[in-house]
Design a protein around this ligand. Structure first.
Ligand SMILES: [Zn+2]
Ligand SMILES: [Zn+2]
Length: 413
């Protein structure tokens, strides 16, 4: 008991809070329903334990559940790995290639990004996953992907059990008369009779579990292929997005440069081995990364800095002409504004008449930008950033060099 208590430290208990979120609650419920129903169905009605096949089947079902839960909890509780607070590059002159995170009071290590939900800079951040209520990144990329592989495999096995149970049970109850086939749910003509009859409730529960299993197979299976693509190319979703913006930037200014993504080692196997290792711990320390020939340790972060500067140049100044409460779907800003509210979790910002905004992107009726706070916008103290209705602002007449509206948003996160 003593050792048990010392293992569960205070921080670990804090981590348990991650379970109190719709993502893990739904995911764990689906796992519980599918695996329990598959075991009940096979033991009671389809493949009883006194046969060898039935025992093997049952052990396999338990095996799936254990492995799925193991990888799921690993992905959730081990987490992506955070950049240490106050982190600096080893050589202080390298800090000029890096962005600074004011929240973490640290430089953003290559491939790391600040996650607003986790409120920390996440190593090799791919995305914040609501289903594990944590980020997917450096440390949990392998367990997360294994979970995405095992869940559909387990679900396919369970779906097979569900279909076979329903089929054999219904078949046993079919009565073939002249021109009619009737299902008689009152009795089974199978020998030996199961101890508990397969009633209507069991049928409904099995059908429901089958729906869950098939849905999970398709949805999670697709996520598995996306993650495998990311691993084999060694390029996270965020990095694909940065690469796309790099191409845009080079094309826009008709530059002579070529952006080469530095972390793709050129071989799928090498990329794969960086994430999946026998020890379960990914290669490296999550801060410094192996790079392909001809690239610089900071190739990507330099591109990010260029994009940040470019964004500032290409952003447009707006003056607020009408107050806005910050409501998600404002009622008084026109019907089109109401119905086209951007579908993102990004914040809306409250506007007051006379304020200035620097917009970086926009939709037809909405703009996204930074509020200009006094004169301290350039690397300003704190940023107020978010969406607001386009009809509450007008373009600043003072702005002559940038008289074009920000481009339509390419990607809604
Ligand atoms: Zn941060
Ligand atoms: Zn996160």
């Amino acid at each position: 008991m003593g050792t048990f208590c010392s293992v569960i430290k205070f921080e670990n208990l804090q981590e348990l809070k991650r379970l109190c979120h719709w993502g893990p609650i739904i995911a764990l419920s689906v796992i519980a329903i599918c695996s329990t129903m598959a075991m009940i169905d096979s033991v009671l009605w389809y493949w009883p334990l006194h046969t060898t096949g039935g025992s093997v089947n049952f052990i396999m079902l338990i095996n799936w559940t254990v492995m799925i839960l193991y990888n799921y909890f690993n992905a959730m509780f081990v987490g992506p790995g955070f950049v240490p607070l106050g982190w600096k590059p080893e050589h202080s002159q390298d800090s000029m290639y890096l962005q600074y995170c004011k929240v973490c009071q640290a430089y953003k290590a290559p491939r790391s990004h600040h996650c607003r939900k986790c409120n920390r800079c996440v190593m090799k951040m791919d995305h914040h996953c609501p289903w594990i209520n944590n980020c997917c990144g450096y440390q949990n990329h392998a367990s997360f992907t294994l979970f995405l592989l095992l869940a559909p495999l387990g679900c396919i096995h369970a779906a097979f059990i569900f279909v076979m149970t329903m089929y054999t049970q219904l078949y046993n109850r079919l009565s073939f008369g002249w021109n009619t086939v009737k299902i008689d749910m009152s009795a089974a003509r199978r020998d030996p009779l199961p101890v508990i009859p397969f009633g209507l409730a069991a049928f409904a529960a099995t059908l429901f579990a089958l729906g869950l299993a098939l849905g999970t197979t398709i949805a999670v299976g697709m996520l598995f292929f996306i993650q495998m693509k990311i691993i084999l190319r060694n390029k996270t979703s965020i990095e694909s997005w940065i690469e796309e913006k790099a191409k845009d930037r080079i094309q826009y200014y008709q530059l002579d440069e070529v952006f080469v993504f530095p972390y793709d080692m050129g071989s799928r196997w090498k990329n794969f081995k960086q994430v999946f290792t026998w020890s379960g711990v990914p290669e490296g320390d999550g801060l410094e990364w192996p790079i392909r020939e001809g690239c610089h340790q900071y190739s990507l972060t330099i591109e990010q800095l260029k994009q940040k500067a470019d964004k500032r140049v290409r952003s447009v100044r707006y003056k607020v002409i009408e107050d806005y409460s910050g409501a998600c779907c404002p009622l008084n800003k026109g019907i089109k504004t109401f119905f086209t509210s951007p579908c993102t979790e990004e914040p809306r910002i409250r506007l007051r008449k006379g304020e200035f905004i620097l917009a970086t992107r926009g939709l037809r009726y909405w703009l996204y930008g930074d509020k200009i706070l006094d004169d301290s916008f350039i690397e300003g103290v704190s940023r107020i950033r978010g969406w607001f209705p386009r009809n509450c602002v007008e373009k600043c007449p003072c702005d002559t060099e940038t008289d074009q509206a920000p481009e339509g948003e390419k990607k809604t996160r």
